[in-house]
Design a protein around this ligand. Structure first.
Ligand SMILES: [Fe+2]
Ligand SMILES: [Fe+2]
Ligand SMILES: [Fe+2]
Ligand SMILES: [Fe+2]
Length: 324
């Protein structure tokens, strides 16, 4: 992206908001990781719901950074990976919410702009609710852990051991997680950067970012359900200037992703992994088509420049192995 020159009087405020955005990013990933390690269930769903709210905070604060003339940030702040059991992890989330509450309370003593204050008051109220939710989740997770231990004592240890994924299946799911993470971030950033230019494009990008978060969830649960770690890094982002260039990059990303998933489907054996990758592939093809349609909403000269957006750069499983 082209560097943006912020008025110097906004610098301190921009830095504060950039720090907050990095923490919101960390919260999204920390909570999603915890949900996936839990597998399917009511508690995991509730935690994913909180991660989606953190995503909204990320969006709101990033918008402010851009409005104030600053650069959006995609780096992630401190992500707490500690905790070997679900109750321990929930306790870590209580601490993360405590840190957020302290930060936003401090910001409210330093920020004058009434509109920004209103947004921070709204975010702070969410963080307080999250804090109480996680306190409650510590109890719920503790009870679930005790119930699970009782069942295992009754002789179900063999079932608890589960099956393991073959390396090729693990590789496909891990690639997918890093890729969905990149798509999620890329669309979020494109969404708040296009907000002033085209409301429909911006809101569609936000909706599809949430859809990519779902894919991340499908893959993450497949890995987490078998006790495997979820990658916490994302593939590179493409963040060009202007809605046409952004949509062209998004079309390209979808095209490449669908092609890669098609290759994985040929090679992997686990039916669960195959099923979720195939489902995601279908939705990526829909996204590719949707982004092409959105490109057509833009002035013809802007869209024409990117009409041939889907070019030949397509990954292969072979080239991926060479790289690693
Ligand atoms: Fe938040
Ligand atoms: Fe929160
Ligand atoms: Fe996806
Ligand atoms: Fe997609």
């Amino acid at each position: 992206m082209a560097p943006i020159a912020a008025p110097p009087e906004n610098n301190e405020l921009i830095q504060m908001l950039q720090a907050a955005v990095q923490d919101e990013h960390a919260a999204i990933i920390q909570y999603l990781r915890h949900a996936y390690l839990m597998g399917e269930g009511e508690l995991a769903c509730e935690i994913e719901g909180i991660a989606r709210e953190e995503m909204r905070h990320f969006w709101i604060l990033s918008r402010w950074i851009v409005d104030l003339g600053g650069q959006p940030v995609t780096q992630r702040g401190f992500t707490d990976l500690a905790g070997t059991t679900a109750p321990e992890r929930m306790q870590r989330n209580v601490a993360a919410e405590d840190r957020a509450i302290t930060m936003y309370q401090d910001y409210l003593t330093r920020i004058q702009n009434p509109d920004l204050r209103a947004d921070i008051v709204h975010i702070l109220a969410d963080e307080m609710r999250h804090h109480d939710d996680f306190v409650h989740f510590v109890d719920v997770a503790t009870r679930e852990l005790q119930a699970e231990a009782a069942t295992t004592v009754e002789g179900d240890a063999a079932a608890a051991a589960g099956e393991t994924l073959l390396p090729a299946d693990q590789e496909a799911l891990s690639w997918g997680v890093s890729h969905e993470y990149a798509a999620l971030l890329q669309y979020l950033v494109h969404s708040f950067l296009t907000k002033d230019k085209d409301e429909e494009i911006s809101s569609q990008l936000m909706t599809q970012a949430i859809n990519e978060m779902q894919h991340l969830g499908w893959f993450g649960e497949e890995l987490g359900g078998q006790g495997l770690e979820i990658p916490l890094d994302h593939h590179p982002l493409t963040l060009p200037s202007g809605p046409a260039a952004m949509l062209a990059a998004d079309v390209q990303l979808e095209h490449e992703t669908a092609a890669m998933y098609a290759q994985f489907i040929e090679q992997i054996t686990d039916p669960g992994a195959k099923g979720v990758i195939d489902d995601a592939r279908g939705q990526e093809l829909y996204h590719e088509n949707l982004f092409k349609r959105l490109l057509k909403r833009l002035p013809p000269e802007a869209a024409a420049k990117f009409a041939q957006a889907t070019t030949s750069r397509v990954w292969t499983v072979g080239s991926l192995k060479q790289k690693s």
